[in-house]
Design a protein around this ligand. Structure first.
Ligand SMILES: [Zn+2]
Length: 314
């Protein structure tokens, strides 16, 4: 079982995760106003995704997260695609990130002082498939087995496409994390990280204590890292410190830019912080995080600011 995280952390004090995909594509002028943005852009403008992955590698990301967050077989079929096309689109998200990585790595100048970046295939939560912000709420009313059935075919497709690992992200509830952890056992050669969304300094979105969730997942050898993403940066230091007490696995964090997403209004509220994103990232490192990047509304510039100190302090 390969663990791309450990092989980079053996050589660097921290590992740089990339930044936002969807909100950055919107900033670049692409229209993502679709319940399944990833379907739209994977179908119509895949090169824009590949270019953005490339730009994040260039900015210093050691890892790309694929555009499969909201790409699910059930979601695509609901939109009128066949199951076969749905699987092909999900796998395309992996191929695009791998192509960007290979192009980046083929240039000698890009390899100076760097480890070869890897591709983590995004496994978004069930709530992202519902597409009304439920990933920040949880309480789906589904059993663990039902959640496993939902996640199984996409997980299989992403692994088959050749992703280096899985990024189970923005998970709002303990039961969904446990469903994913259990499902991983069906793919014994695969590693994954599990990253929750949080509602405050202590609790994940559905209300469970984050440190308790981490402790319950600690024993699964296929989970290579645990953490928090798509959450306000102001909650991050105390969440990381609490997790640090209960796990020996690397802790990851890639919060939002500092603006807050309102799942009811489905928009972003400005919530400016005094420090820049790159500066705050040092606090997350000091708190114990070893994989650091950005989620919604972060940009290649934010990732560059993190990489500047991570890659110079090896
Ligand atoms: Zn996000």
């Amino acid at each position: 079982m390969s663990d791309p995280i450990a092989s980079i952390l053996d050589h660097q004090s921290a590992l740089v995760i990339d930044g936002a995909l969807a909100t950055e594509l919107e900033r670049r002028g692409y229209d993502l106003k679709d319940a399944l943005w990833s379907a739209k852009i994977l179908l119509e403008q895949p090169k824009a995704i590949q270019q953005l992955h490339y730009d994040y590698f260039l900015a210093g990301a050691d890892c790309a997260i694929t555009a499969s967050y909201q790409a699910t077989i059930a979601g695509f079929v609901k939109r009128g695609l066949s199951e076969k096309v749905a699987i092909a689109l999900i796998q395309k998200s992996v191929k695009l990130a791998m192509a960007a990585r290979d192009e980046f790595w083929s240039n000698k100048a890009n390899r100076i002082g760097r480890r070869k970046p890897f591709v983590a295939a995004s496994v978004g939560p069930y709530g992202a498939y519902l597409a009304h912000g439920e990933e920040y709420v949880g309480n789906y009313g589904l059993t663990k087995n039902e959640l496993m059935d939902f996640h199984r075919p996409r997980m299989e497709a992403l692994i088959e496409a050749g992703a280096d690992m899985l990024a189970c992200e923005t998970i709002p509830s303990l039961i969904e994390a446990q469903a994913l952890a259990e499902l991983l056992k069906e793919f014994p050669n695969t590693t994954a990280w599990i990253s929750f969304s949080a509602r405050d300094e202590k609790h994940i979105s559905e209300g469970q204590v984050f440190a308790d969730c981490v402790r319950l997942l600690e024993d699964n050898p296929q989970i290579a890292a645990l953490g928090i993403n798509c959450t306000s940066p102001r909650y991050i230091p105390s969440l990381i410190r609490a997790a640090r007490q209960v796990t020996n696995k690397p802790i990851l964090t890639y919060p939002n830019s500092g603006e807050t997403y309102d799942p009811h209004k489905m928009n972003w509220k400005d919530d400016p912080l005094a420090e820049s994103f790159g500066e705050q990232a040092r606090d997350w490192y000091d708190a114990g995080a070893r994989l650091i990047g950005g989620c919604c509304r972060t940009t290649p510039e934010d990732i560059q600011a993190i990489a500047a100190w991570v890659h110079s302090s090896r």
